[in-house]
Structures are given as structure tokens and as C-alpha cells.
Design a protein around this ligand. Structure first.
Ligand code: NAD
Length: 332
């Protein structure tokens, strides 16, 4: 198939070019995101390939159908950025890459937990300035602390396995409990009990209408004072204004996020020469106990390899008229 590849980064091009010779597809890389302004670039192609930073609303999907695009190939597991109803209505197939490397995201989650706790980012800068003082660097043992995991799918489960090794007491909430997780000795509890009893809360459920702002004022009100809150899932799981209030009142003692509600205006771009216009993230960045990474939890070479392989396989199955198990639609 002829693929128009949007939001190309150097690491994408490298990974796709490495595997492309095993497939019959051709790829043309564009650095821009797919938008009403750039959609004309996709004319003459069979498929567009996009990343999570690329919202596709009904109007843009209509424009894709007008230029006969058959497939929207997502280089991501999450698909909340695509209007699936519109894709169904216009007969465009949407394929995703489920579970490309749960360990990549789980390990980055642990990196956020450990950095916030043991302040290695601050120690690194101090030592480079010949400042060997330990003042303000006190952390806490993870051993014996209660970690509450919201969503025990592939990433939540991978994280639970790592935290078990640290000797944490593990509790979880998921409307669909998983037997493998129960067999690890994890207790499923209600969301309210998880909020009330956890020292560390980590979010691993998808963003859906039911989970938007699952962390709001009421939820934060239930949490232990001094809680550590981590989100490597989707930004809008946390009501950011409520988290800022929680940080100001010291209810939240640590916040680690790899995702942010308004991230599409910021993440994946070098804005170092610009003035950030988003006052909410600017406020978040001003807290000494907030650690933000720019949606990089997925970014390991193993994950990139798997994303590339599954994306190309999805397109091959489509091309030869076979069922694509990774199709997402309103009915699947
Ligand atoms: P998954 O589908 O394997 O697991 C999601 C789990 O959430 C399921 O067990 C499901 O039952 C549970 N769930 C559904 N509704 C829930 C609710 N209301 N409350 C609690 N749990 C609920 O997904 P996954 O592969 O583990 O990925 C989880 C999320 O991680 C994705 O939706 C995506 O948003 C995010 N993600 C982020 C990155 C990154 O780079 N930061 C990379 C990949 C995925």
C-alpha cells in the first residue's frame, strides 16, 4: 500500500525503513501532523499513518474519505484521538498497535516514581555544580508502601510485577479484574478504597467518557496527605486544576506525569525558543515536586520495533483482504 506517514521523527523513519524491505508497502514521510491544512499531501495514497498527537475529527475524516483514503493506521495503542463514529460512517478502517511494549511504559512509570522520590534529577544538577549537600534530598523506602494501580491491563500488570519486586503492598481497581493479577497476591478494592489507602497511585486505564477526570477534587480529597500521583496513561484522566489545588495544599506531595490534558499544543515539539502560552502547565512546572516528561514512556527501541512491525502487518492484512484483529471501530 502507499502510505502517507505524518508527524515523522528521526526514530520513526529509522525504525520503519529498517523493516520496510520485508513488506510490499511504500512510505512517504511528512514532518507535519495531519490536519485540514496538510490533508492534501495524502492525495494519491491508500493509507495515512498517524501518532497520538494527531486528533482526527469528523471534518478531517470526511476530507480523507474525499481523497479515497482506505486506512488510518495508528502508531499507538490509544485511539481516543480519532472520531471512530465518523471513520465508520465514511467507511475508513482504523487499525492500532495494542500492547507493543507494556514493559516500556511500566518501566518509565517506575522511573518517575524513583526520580520524584529519591530526587536524582536534583542530585545530578547539584553534583555538577560541586554541591554535595544532601539537604532536601530525603526520600522514602518503597518497601512496605501501598501502591494503588488503576487499570490492570497489560501496562498495569507489568507495573505490578515490578512493584512486587520492590516489596510494595499492592492494591488495584479495575471493573474487569484479572486472574493473573489476583494470583500475584494483588487485592482488588473499590476505587474509593484505593484512593483512601494508597501511598502511591498510578493510572493505567484508557481515557473514555467514564474515566475522564477520574482524578478530580473529590478523589483527591479522599487521598492520604502526602500521596504520590503518577499518570503515564492519558492527560485528561486528571483534572489538572484539581491537581494544582492538591499540590498547593500539600495533599499531593509528588506528581509525575508523562501525559497532559492539553499536550497536543506542546509535546513532541522543540519550543525552547518560544514563550509557553499554556499557563496551566507553566504553573505545574513551577512546583519543585512535579516531574513532567513529554509522552516518552513508550520510547524504547523494543517498543519502536514492535510498533513498526504491527503497523506494517495491519496494512498487509488489509491489503490482502484478511480480517485485521487490531481494527478499532464503534462496534469493536
Ligand atoms: P489495556 O487495554 O491492556 O488495559 C486497560 C485496563 O483498564 C483494562 O484492564 C480495563 O479493564 C481497565 N479499565 C477500563 N475502564 C476502567 C475504569 N473505569 N477504571 C479502571 N480501569 C479501567 O491498556 P494498556 O495497554 O495497559 O494501556 C493503558 C493506557 O496506557 C492506554 O489506554 C494508553 O492511554 C496509555 N498508554 C500510554 C503510553 C505512553 O507512552 N505514555 C503508551 C502506551 C499506552
Amino acid at each position: 500500500m502507499k502510505i502517507a506517514f505524518f508527524s515523522t521523527k528521526k526514530y520513526d523513519r529509522q525504525s520503519f525503513n529498517e523493516q520496510l524491505e520485508s513488506y510490499s508497502h511504500t512510505i512517504t514521510y511528512f514532518e507535519d501532523i495531519l490536519s485540514p491544512e496538510t490533508v492534501a499531501l495524502a492525495k494519491g495514497f491508500d493509507a495515512v499513518c498517524i501518532f497520538v498527537n494527531n486528533p482526527l475529527d469528523r471534518e478531517l475524516i470526511r476530507m480523507l474519505s474525499e481523497i479515497d483514503i482506505e486506512v488510518i493506521a495508528l502508531r499507538s495503542a490509544g485511539f481516543n484521538h480519532v472520531d471512530l463514529e465518523a471513520a465508520d460512517d465514511f467507511g475508513i478502517n482504523v487499525y492500532r498497535v495494542p500492547a507493543y511494549s507494556p514493559e516500556a511504559v511500566a518501566e518509565h512509570t517506575v522511573a518517575l516514581i524513583l526520580t520524584l522520590n529519591r530526587k536524582t534529577h536534583k542530585a545530578y544538577n547539584r553534583v555538577r555544580e560541586n554541591n554535595f549537600s544532601l539537604e532536601g534530598l530525603t526520600g522514602f523506602n518503597l518497601h512496605g508502601k501501598t501502591a494503588g494501580i488503576v487499570g490492570t491491563g497489560t501496562i498495569g500488570t507489568a507495573l505490578l510485577k515490578i512493584l512486587k519486586g520492590f516489596g510494595c503492598h499492592l492494591i488495584a481497581y479495575d471493573p474487569y479484574p484479572n486472574d493473573d493479577v489476583k494470583n500475584m497476591g494483588v487485592d482488588y478494592v473499590s476505587l474509593e478504597d484505593l484512593f483512601r489507602n494508597s501511598d502511591i497511585i498510578s493510572l493505567h486505564c484508557p481515557l473514555m467518557p467514564e474515566t475522564k477526570y477520574i482524578i478530580n477534587r473529590e478523589a483527591i480529597g479522599m487521598m492520604k496527605t502526602g500521596v504520590m500521583l503518577i499518570n503515564t496513561s492519558r492527560g485528561a484522566l486528571i483534572e489538572t486544576s484539581a491537581a494544582i489545588e492538591g499540590l498547593k495544599s500539600a495533599k499531593i506531595a509528588y506528581l509525575g506525569i508523562d501525559v497532559y490534558e492539553q499536550e497536543e499544543h506542546l509535546f513532541f515539539k522543540d519550543l525552547s525558543e518560544r514563550v509557553i502560552q499554556d499557563d496551566v502547565i507553566a504553573r505545574l512546572m513551577s512546583f519543585p515536586n512535579v516531574l513532567i516528561t513529554g509522552h516518552q514512556a513508550f520510547l524504547t527501541s523494543e517498543a519502536l520495533h514492535k510498533i513498526t512491525q504491527t503497523t506494517l502487518e495491519n496494512l498487509t492484512l488489509h491489503e490482502i483482504g484478511k480480517n485485521v484483529p487490531n481494527k478499532v471501530s464503534m462496534n469493536v
